[in-house]
Unconditional design. Sequence first.
Length: 389
Amino acid sequence: MYAPTGVKTNHNEFPVPESQRAWVLGEPGQLVFKEKPVPVPKKAEVLVRIDAVAICATDLEIIYHGPPASIQGGLPFNKGFTPGHEYMGTVVALGTGVDEYKLGQRVAVEIHAGCGQCKRCREGMYTSCHNYDLKYGDVDKGHRANGLTTDGGFCEYQVNHVNTLVAIPDEMTDEEGTLVVTAGTAMYALTELGGLVAGESVCVTGPGPIGLMVVAVAKALGAQPVILTGTRDNRLEIGKRLGADAVVNIRKTPDVVAEVKKLNGGKGVDYVVECSAATSAVNDAVRMVNRGGRVCLAAFAHEEVPVDVAHIVRNNIYMYGIRGEGKSATHRAEAFMKQKRFDATLIHTHTFPLDDLPTAIRYAKDRVEDAIKVVVKAKSDAVQKVAAE
C-alpha cells in the first residue's frame, strides 16, 4: 500500500498503488510500456492521478528528436524518461504543508514550476526561470518542467507543485481539461502583446491547436477583426467556429500579406500571433502588422529564420517570444472556458486508451483522419477511439 511518511491520502476513496504503468522513452521514436514506482510528493506538492493527457507537437519533437527536452543535462533517450506534459487529473495525495487543494479535486496542470527564487520567477515569468536546465536531480532548487526536464504525463500518476495546478469544475470533461494549458498559452501570448485587445485587429498565422486557441481567446477578449491564415480548409473552418471573422488559405492566395491588409480595411493589423513555425512566417508577420504594431512568436521554428530587421526598425515594430503559459495566464484561460466564452472541445478530435499511446501518436504525427488534438486516457472507461463531430 502506498503510504509515504508525511503524505496525506485516503485509500478508501482514492486508492494509490505503489507502482504504476508508464511509457518510457528508449531510442528516438521508441516507447516502452513498463512498471515504474508511483512518485512521492514533497513539500508544496501533490500526487495527481492522471485521467487524460493530450499529445502536443512538442511531445512529438521530444519523442523523435529530443529537444526541447533535456534530461540529466542531455538528450532524453534511454534514461527512463516519461514524456507528456498536457495532462489533467485528480489530486489523490497531499505533500507536507498543502492546504490549497483537497483530495479528490480535479485539476489541470501547467508544465513549468519555476525555482521561485530567481529574478524571473519573482516577476511571474516562471517559464523563463534562470534555473531552467540547471541543478539536475535537485528539483527542490531547479526549475521543473514535467515532460521536458522531469517525468511527464504518459503514465498513471505524477507529482506536481501546487503552483502548477489549476482547479477545474466537475462539469468540464477530461478531454476539455487537457486543453486548459493550450488555451493558457494563447492567453499568455495576448497578455504579452498588451492584454487589452478589445477593438484591436489580430491576425493569427497557423491553425494548429495553439493558433486556434489564440483565435478563440482573442475573440473572447473583444478583438475585431480576427483573421486566421493557414493551409488546411477544415482547420480554417474550425477557426471560424471559434470566432475568426475571416480566414485565408495561403495555398490559394498569391499574396497573403496583401490579403490580410485587404481584410483589415487596407492597412496592417495591430497584432500578429505567429503559430505556424513556417520559415517565411516571421517576415510575413512583420509585413502584416501596422507601424508600431506588435508580433508574438509562439511556435518553435525548425531552422534559422531570415528576418528583415531593417523593416522592423523602420516601422517601430515590437516583437515578443513566449515560452509556454507564463504569468498565471492558464488560470484566466480556465475562467473563460468555465464561462463557456468559447468551445475549446472543437479542437479535440480523437481519444485513445493509455495503453494504445503509439496509435495515438501516429494519429497526431501523421494527422490521420484530420486529427488536431489527440487525447489518451488512463482510466478504464477510455476503451475506444472517439472522433469528434
